[in-house]
Design a protein around this ligand. Structure first.
Ligand code: ZN
Length: 129
């Protein structure tokens, strides 16, 4: 993977994290309170609003829908950014193989290659990745 590619993923992860934080008002209401935003303190069980993520990418939506909530997604995004800094980004945590470019483009915060992910997430419908 080239430095430019990694920077591209890093940028996408930053943006995704920012979007998610904007929605998680119970986590970041002090820093990110917006006028007219939801004031409710209990958003942790609110289903993901996939459309709000600005993605029409089916694979990414599938991946996001598997996560319990935004906070968990944020943790995955933060972990992926940490992996970029550690230089381990793009490698499967299970088998150590490189994760395919197509998969990373769809789900930049994924920890697993498609094979290991399929084994873990048995409900993932067969896709083209
Ligand atoms: Zn793997």
């Amino acid at each position: 993977m080239t430095k430019t590619e990694i920077q591209g993923y890093q940028q996408r992860l930053f943006n995704l994290g920012k979007r998610l934080k904007g929605d998680v008002s119970d986590l970041s209401h002090e820093a990110l309170r917006k006028t007219g935003g939801a004031a409710s303190g209990n958003l942790s069980n609110t289903p993901m609003h996939l459309a709000d993520l600005g993605s029409d990418n089916y694979e990414q939506e599938v991946a996001l829908s598997l996560l319990e909530n935004r906070e968990q997604t944020l943790e995955e995004v933060a972990a992926a950014l940490a992996r970029i800094e550690q230089g381990t980004f793009g490698r499967c945590e299970e088998c150590g193989r490189e994760i395919s470019k197509e998969r990373l483009q769809a789900i930049p915060f994924t920890r697993l290659c498609i094979r290991c992910a399929r084994e873990e997430e048995a409900e993932v419908p067969p896709g083209k990745l």
